[in-house]
Design a protein around this ligand. Structure first.
Ligand code: GDP
Length: 326
């Protein structure tokens, strides 16, 4: 078990920008131990008034699209050119990549990982999507309280985790390859609809022209979607993380988006509805935990489940019987 301090000590450390304390607080948030969770909630409540003052950016794209390389290049650009303080969190419950999400990529993100203005935290291993989602949301709050003004939440663009990330960020960036086709890239249609911007990666060398063509195609495709509630028309651009080109355009797009959504109230409105969504999800998770940990449920569930399986009892009757125990 990780070393524990008092809530006040975590809070003081985080507010002073102490990265070690920030890391340890995130470990608390990720812990499954009830006592850790209680302490984590205390820390979060105390830092909450100091959180929120950041831009939360979701970044997704299939493995191989160049996410780690992009995050490193774009991160360095934001730190050096825009004087940002950047935290990178990952949502990757599948952890299919070697070493589990961005920890395995640390060698590729090593410039960023060693930059004093950056904080990189991989996805916790062995957790469900719900578990990772919750700890990432709470980690965002901790990072903001520690003074990080730009938060990247990275995810692999193939599963449900995009929806989860979309629900916790202000801006959603989809990275795509030129000439690979949506299906080939495993990008689901719904994911494209969630994007506030698409960046065609690896627009360099012989790939540059293809990338430009893909940009025009995607921009046209996006025009066909119904207008977003934000009033924003998603933008498509090209970039090369290797040559560090197109990064300023992507930042400009984000800045334009922020300007628009701050002025028309959408930014605030979205944050408010996300807050509510977090609460309802926490309630749902709490109820579920409470239910499955209930002694009588634990005792009776296997027998009742067997009856349902054999068709001796209807699923609804069984559920209501079990729910009645709590
Ligand atoms: P991830 O799996 O999405 O994190 O992708 P990586 O960042 O690991 O990149 C996958 C491969 O694409 C690596 O071999 C990178 O060197 C290469 N790559 C990434 N960005 C660029 C780029 O801007 N230009 C070119 N030519 N190759 C790139």
């Amino acid at each position: 078990m990780a070393k524990r301090f008092s809530a006040e000590k975590y809070v003081a450390g985080i507010l002073a920008g102490d990265r070690v304390m920030l890391s340890r607080a995130i470990t608390l948030v990720e812990s499954k131990l009830h006592s850790d969770q209680e302490l984590a909630q205390e820390v979060i409540s105390q830092v909450l008034p100091h959180a929120g003052n950041s831009v939360r950016i979701g970044i997704t794209g299939v493995p191989g699209v160049g996410k780690s390389t992009f995050i490193e290049a774009f991160g360095i650009y934001l730190i050096q050119q825009q004087k940002k303080k950047l935290a990178v969190l990952a949502i990757d419950p599948t952890s299919q990549r070697s070493g589990g999400s961005i920890l395995g990529d640390k060698t590729r993100m090593d410039t960023l990982a060693t930059n004093p203005q950056a904080f990189i935290r991989p996805s916790p291993a062995g957790k469900s999507l719900g578990g990772v989602t919750r700890s990432t949301r709470e980690s965002i709050i901790l990072c903001e309280a520690a003074g990080f003004d730009t938060i990247f939440v990275e995810t692999v663009g193939v599963g449900q985790s995009e929806t989860a990330v979309h629900a916790m960020v202000d801006f959603f960036l989809l990275l795509m390859l030129a000439g690979a086709g949506d299906e080939l890239q495993g990008i689901k249609r719904g994911i494209m609809e969630m994007a506030d911007a698409i960046a065609i990666t690896k627009a360099d060398g012989t790939n540059a022209d293809k990338a430009k063509m893909a940009r025009a195609e995607y921009q046209n495709a996006l025009h066909l979607y119904p207008k977003a509630a934000s009033g924003w028309l998603p933008q498509v651009s090209t970039c090369s993380a290797l040559q560090q080109t197109g990064l300023d355009t992507i930042w400009q797009t984000m800045t334009d988006y922020l300007q628009l959504t701050h002025s028309n109230g959408f930014f605030e409105q979205k944050r408010h509805s996300q807050n509510l969504q977090w609460m309802y999800e926490a309630i749902r998770q709490g109820l579920e935990e409470h239910f499955y940990q209930h002694q009588q449920v634990k005792e009776q569930l296997p027998g009742i489940a067997a009856q349902v399986k054999e068709g001796q009892k209807s699923a609804f009757a069984a559920a209501s019987e079990l729910l009645g125990l709590v």
